[in-house]
Design a binder for this molecule. Structure first.
Ligand code: UD1
Ligand code: PEP
Length: 426
């Protein structure tokens, strides 16, 4: 086991290179199941989740090879996925349980192979996270769905038929699954109340580069005209808006000045608005976004929403910011029912937080104190690391495997801009 040891108090200044987005890369990797030609993806982040999904694709029959050479620390950033030979349509529990996004193989597998048997992913620390919307949407395209011994069996031996899918609320994963499935269905599919996250538009752009006919991705109505076959592609993953937002919070908390290289402002508007409200000076520069502090952190209120609203994946990090703001902040989590696991740990560092139902009232304190804390999920881990950056003394963040799912080389990136962070055996 490893832990992070953070000595708080350093001001961060310099440039942070933003990696490819985990939440874009995972669905993009699944597109390889839709074609018998190779799919090369560039700008992949080097993360545990990418390895887990590579293992699953490999189990199904895709070969995964390193493309793009080794120059400039490039190794592993470009991978070629070749699923010309699907030899197993089962996604087993042992792999799926490691990562919920494994469910994204369901749509493409049933569309291409006529059958998929995928372990139910189960809940996780942040909530129950059912997959009923994924399954109803596939049924709307003519798939027969059965649940057997913890597995979903989806079959469409004669292929999927286009249809109308009207989501009762926008689900990112369900939109992605049905988008991939509909690309190879016969006829036209209309997806109403689709998720509008930038990762959806990235997926549609990749699918279109493979020969799909998708319009409207990024809006709430997506139209997919099914095609008989898709071909291979060479596609570059979009930058990670959540990673960028996390370092933006670090800049503000440490009264620093960071250039987030590669970050795209239009993907991050809700976060940037809140950063400004809290005292950030935001400048969009060529090649990235600069985040500086005006010297004060002011309290703010947040309600998490689907895009273009404030993202739930930034809620924990903004709570760390609120913990050291002047005045009180109210943070409401409206997407996941159990995404306040970082609260007791932030409290251990001296934060003053009261949770009532889905809302947390955070009364800013003048300083936090270092302590050992336990990371419970991915974004909670970052929230604790951020708090550690400004806490007096040493903060030890335990259970790093959550962090390694979603932040590439975090301690190296932080050290490069002046933080005192080490990863040590615990
Ligand atoms: C790999 C990836 O991209 N993960 C992101 C994705 O997760 P994910 O795709 O799992 O999130 P969804 O948008 O599907 O979930 C939103 C809400 O809908 C509920 N729901 C979802 C599907 C379903 O069939 N039934 C149902 O009730 C969920 O429990 C949750 O309360 O979007 C979330 C919301 O922005 C982010 O926090 C995750 O980081
Ligand atoms: C919740 C997240 O990811 P996942 O959906 O993969 O659990 C996240 O990225 O914050």
């Amino acid at each position: 086991m490893e832990k992070l040891v953070i000595k708080g108090g350093n001001r961060l200044e310099g440039t942070v290179q933003i990696s490819g987005a985990k939440n874009a890369a995972l669905p993009l990797m699944c597109t390889c199941l839709l074609t018998d030609e190779p799919v090369t993806l560039n700008n992949l982040p080097r993360l545990a989740d990418i390895t887990t999904l590579s293992d699953l694709l490999n189990h199904i029959g895709a070969t995964v090879t390193i493309a793009g050479g080794n120059a400039g620390g490039h190794a592993g950033r470009s991978l070629t996925f070749d699923a010309s030979n699907i030899h197993d349509t089962v996604a087993p529990y042992d792999i799926v349980r490691k990562m919920r996004a494994s469910i994204l193989v369901l749509g493409p597998l049933v569309a291409r192979a006529g059958e998929a048997i995928v372990s139910l992913p189960g809940g996780c620390a942040i909530g129950n996270r059912p997959i009923d919307l994924h399954l109803k949407a596939l049924e709307a395209l003519g798939a027969q769905i059965d649940l057997e011994q913890g597995y979903v069996r989806a079959s469409a031996p004669k292929g999927l038929q286009g249809g109308t899918v009207n989501f009762p609320f926008a689900s990112v994963g369900a939109t992605e699954n049905i988008l991939m499935a509909a690309a190879l269905a016969k006829g036209t599919t209309t997806i109403e109340n689709a998720a509008r996250e930038p990762e959806i538009a990235d997926l549609a752009a990749c699918l279109n580069s493979m020969g799909a006919k998708i319009t409207g991705a990024g809006t709430e109505t997506i139209t997919v005209e099914g095609v008989d076959r898709l071909h291979g592609t060479d596609y570059t993953v979009m930058p990670d808006r959540i990673e960028a937002g996390s370092y933006a919070v670090a800049a503000l908390m440490t009264r620093g000045n960071l250039l987030l290289k590669g970050a795209i402002a239009k993907h991050m508007q809700a976060m940037l608005d809140k950063l400004k409200e809290a005292g950030g000076i935001i400048t969009v520069e060529e090649g990235g976004i600069r985040v500086q502090s005006n010297g004060h952190i002011k309290g703010f209120n947040i309600v998490t929403q689907p895009f273009p609203g404030f993202p739930t994946d930034m809620q924990a990090q903004f709570m760390a910011l609120a913990a050291v703001a002047e005045g009180a902040s109210v943070i409401t989590e409206a997407i996941f029912e159990n995404r306040f696991m970082h609260v007791p740990e932030l409290t251990r560092l001296g934060a003053d937080i009261t949770v009532t139902g889905a809302s947390a009232t955070v009364r800013g304190v003048s300083s936090l104190r270092g302590a050992p804390v336990m990371a419970t999920d991915l974004r909670a881990s970052m929230s604790l690391a951020l708090a550690g950056l400004v806490a007096k003394g040493e903060t030890h963040v335990n259970r790093l495997y959550h962090l390694d799912r979603g932040y590439e080389h975090m301690e190296e990136k932080l050290r490069n801009v002046g933080a005192a962070v080490e990863r040590v055996a615990s």
